[in-house]
Ligand binder design. Structure first.
Ligand code: SRM
Ligand code: SF4
Length: 530
């Protein structure tokens, strides 16, 4: 029932059913094929090599054989059956990986820029991701009691949940930390976005605090929409955990608890204004936030390929198509990663673009590492097209109960076809972000990409254009319904115009905004009619 389902979410898993089988089973008069999705929380995407191997092993033993890197640096398992849930949760916890709070109306996985890995300042920033995450974990013992055979909470004992109280938050809450200049984490799409501010010498000083971002929206409900986070102020690092807690408390106390569709923090700030919000936060912190310091975004990075991290060590960033770690055709990503992790015992980072970094590879062993990549058909960043490299899709069908259209399963073909068009126009050196989701919830963040495709009916997508490469501007709706097979044909005249009229080094999204959405819509008419 609903209450149990809700409780399960707070503990990090969802009941789903295999939607590919629905029709067939209904026809046969059978029940849906129920299974669970288990989501882990991995602050900053940081895993040890043995944690990774444990998860790899789980995928085979208890799930559908794949690991799915998420857009928030976690790993999901799909297709877990009920009788294995307890073993999975227990064993994950034994490997020091929690699922507590991975879903539900609570602080979600705290994201942070994953790289590079041995720089002291960056390491410190990642520690803040863990610190904030730990601080905002619920204190409930129910999780331990149910899944980890912890001591029973007696009926007379009242559980104290100091931050979340009895009714938790009105809605999910997401926090992210960005490194200055590099918006690889999509910091404006977060309820709480922190941008590290450094001293001249490069030491971490504090954070610019942005609040009220979020992307989810509901079809045909104009009162729901994506919003970018707004600046709240600057906070020294020693006070950042207190500031994060204060922001959450204001959401907890004032967020809409009647209408779930407008319960995210972004709507509270939209409705009451940032000044009201600041005044409420101030009541909790007891200290003032300082004026925000200047932020520049100039090198959004996917961290793929080799990077030297010091002491003759390197990390290598590997592109994982839509985050799905599996062996598929000639690309044996799952077996290859397992081999690399067993042989090199690297530190691991999952990235917010659904990719993976393996770190700590000594210089003399780089070629051995590359040989393993080749052996398993894993391509380096040099072998990827830019279209592929800057693409992301959400899982959608068959697991996601909210999917209206396909995403992960059809996206590779859309990307391939688009790449052909792009090569035909000699635009292959351009970096253009393209993201697809199976519904307007926006799990692969399509509204902050340059080309966003958002499932609108079973085989159609709404087309959004005009987000920028740096993720600081929202894309605009250009066409509400484009059939899957017409996506590339629809984009073609816009790309042609981009080719002929762009200013030097102008990005595609910036070009679309300069032209104006209505001009672009005019251009599209003939393509849609044909
Ligand atoms: Fe999401 C719900 C998958 C990141 C906005 N999301 C879901 C569910 C659990 C469907 C459900 O409620 O039944 C999806 C499970 C599908 C499946 O089969 O696995 C799902 N979301 C994902 C992941 C796995 C997509 C991915 O490609 O990696 C991401 C998991 C992140 C994690 O590790 O925690 C994921 N979801 C996001 C993001 C992006 C982000 O956080 O950076 C967003 C947009 C940002 C935001 O929150 O505004 C996002 N997911 C949603 C929403 C819309 C929320 C809203 O404000 O309206 C829902 C639906 C809901 O909450 O009611 C949703
Ligand atoms: Fe499911 Fe929609 Fe999120 Fe895709 S965007 S995973 S279809 S909820």
């Amino acid at each position: 029932d609903d209450t149990v389902h809700n409780l399960l979410k707070f503990h990090g898993f969802y009941q789903q059913d295999d939607r590919d089988l629905r029709q067939k089973l209904t026809k046969e008069g059978k029940e849906k094929h129920y299974m669970f999705m288990v989501r882990t929380k991995v602050p900053g995407g940081k895993l040890t090599w043995n944690q990774y191997l444990t998860m790899n092993d789980f995928a085979d033993r208890y799930a559908n054989g794949t690991l799915r890197i998420t857009t928030r640096q976690g790993i999901q398992f799909h297709g877990v059956i009920k009788k294995n849930l307890k073993t999975v949760i227990k064993s994950l916890n034994e490997a020091m990986i929690t699922t507590l709070g991975a879903c539900g109306d609570i602080e979600r996985n705290v994201v942070s820029c994953p790289a590079p890995l041995e720089d002291r300042t960056r390491a410190e920033i990642q520690e803040y991701a863990k610190k904030i995450s730990d601080h905002l974990l619920p204190k409930t013992r129910a999780y331990h009691e149910i899944w980890l055979d912890g001591e029973k909470v007696t009926s007379t004992e009242q559980e104290i949940e100091p931050l979340y109280g009895k009714s938790y938050l009105p809605r999910k809450f997401k926090t992210t930390i960005a490194f200055p200049g590099d918006n690889c984490v999509d910091v404006y799409a977060q309820d709480l976005g922190l941008v590290a501010v450094l001293e001249k010498a490069g030491e971490l000083k504090g954070f610019n605090v942005l609040v009220g971002g979020g992307l989810g929206m509901t079809q045909n409900k104009v009162e729901t929409h994506p919003l970018l986070a707004k600046p709240l102020g600057y906070v020294g690092k020693e006070k950042i955990v207190a500031a994060a807690e204060a922001v959450i408390k204001v959401h907890r106390d004032y967020g809409d608890r009647e209408n779930r569709k407008r319960a995210r923090l972004k709507y509270l700030i939209e409705d009451r204004g940032i000044d009201w919000f600041y005044a409420e936060v101030r009541k909790h912190t007891g200290f003032n936030l300082e004026p925000i310091t200047e932020m520049k975004w100039d090198h959004t990075d996917d961290h793929l390929g080799w990077f030297e991290i010091g002491r003759n060590l390197h990390y290598f960033g590997i592109f994982v198509e839509n985050g799905r770690i599996q062996d598929a055709g000639s690309v044996r990503m799952k077996s290859g990663l397992k081999k690399l992790v067993e042989v090199f015992k690297p530190e691991i980072r999952l990235t917010p673009q659904q990719n993976i970094l393996l770190s700590g590879i000594p210089t003399p062993r780089k070629s051995e590492f590359e040989r393993v990549l080749k052996e398993f058909g894993i391509r380096t960043e040099k072998e990827l097209s830019n279209t592929e490299r800057w693409s992301m899709a959400c899982p959608a069908l068959p697991t996601c109960g909210l999917a209206i259209a396909e995403a992960e399963r059809v996206f590779p073909k859309v990307v391939d076809d688009l790449e052909k068009e792009i090569v035909g126009l000699s635009l292959q050196n351009e970096k253009i972000t393209i993201r697809m989701t199976g519904c307007p919830n926006g799990c692969a963040r399509p509204y902050t990409s340059e080309i966003g495709l958002v499932g609108s009916t079973l085989r159609s997508y709404s087309l959004y254009l005009g987000g920028n490469f740096e993720g600081t501007r929202l894309a605009q709706l250009v066409l509400p319904v484009v059939k899957e097979e017409h996506v590339v044909k629809t984009l073609s005249p816009i790309l042609k115009l981009f080719k002929s009229e762009r200013k030097s080094s102008e990005h595609f999204g910036d070009f679309c905004m300069r032209k104006g959405i209505s001009e672009i819509q005019k251009l599209l008419k003939p393509a849609i009619l044909s």
